[in-house]
Design a protein around this ligand. Sequence first.
Ligand code: PMP
Length: 361
Amino acid sequence: LAPDYIRAIAPYQPGKPIDELARELGLDASRIVKLASNENPLGASPKALIAIDAAMDTIARYPDGSGFDLKAALADKFNVDAAQVVLGNGSNDVLEMAARAFLSSATSAVFSEHAFAVYPLATLAVGATGITAPAKDYGHDLAAMLAAIRADTRMVFIANPNNPTGTLLSNADMLAFLEQVPSQVIVVLDEAYGEYLPQELQSDALIWLARFPNLIVTRTFSKAYGLAGLRVGYALASAAVADMLNRVRQPFNVNSLALVAATAALNDDEFIARSYALNQLGMRQLTQGLHLLNIDYIPSYANFLAIRIGNATAMYRRLLEHGVIVRPIGNYGMPEYLRVSIGLAAENNQFLQALEDAIKD
Ligand code: PMP
């Protein structure tokens, strides 16, 4: 009974719960390592945990539907007006709000080949047309994306760094792109992995907000802040665009515990620095290990690596049998690649060991 444009959507494929996998494989669940969803291996910011404890007695009440404190903290940190901040149930929620607010069946949205799976989902769910621009070296090809923009295009999605490839566009290239995009096209710049960039490569997006009223920057507490299970993300945009997003936002879309945890985590600079440093070390550990195994990978600026493995589905299964969960990315048009998240040193080791064993099998 659903309309054709809904029936045409390929469902998002979530991973199986660890306990279920362990049962299927006859393994001890506590020995399974999950490096499949780009989560923070350190867990959550300790400040967030304290804030959650203190907020437990509020959960019989609805959350603050305006997210006043978290928006104020974000506005303060990023030097924008609170009216420029929109909160989401994860940044996926904000991406969907953008599609609902600015797309319709008479419009199209452009995204890159090998870009994050939620862009086509959000586009197709509102009956809009998705246009896939070809990638360059597995990353975004901004010239191809510009060329793909049609008269009916109202949105372009860009992830920087990109998931699942970890590629990065420079600030200069991104700025030149914004200068060329027609003003009726909203540019959604998804910076879910921005905290993993070294200081000298940090995004200038917040400086651009004042110049480009069609820019939406999205970020999340799911990655470096370690709050993936709480579901909280946000958008920063011009006040006019933020107003449109808020019109399609569910009234209580971010729950009470997520609000207090994110507010506490936001200024936990020590935790972010620790997460960044661990990721740098883990990235070096994995790339060195892959070199020794003679396995090719795409150099990554995020907290994961896309590695070239040949028959990735078969290797995914073999790694599972060795107790390591990674992500095959055939659904991203990369059937020869597996995406592995950077874990703790021991987890990275277990992955490399399993890979070595699996290659020999
Ligand atoms: N954008 C990108 C590029 C991602 O990789 C992810 C997480 N997989 C998200 C957005 C969404 O994350 P969340 O909804 O947890 O904020």
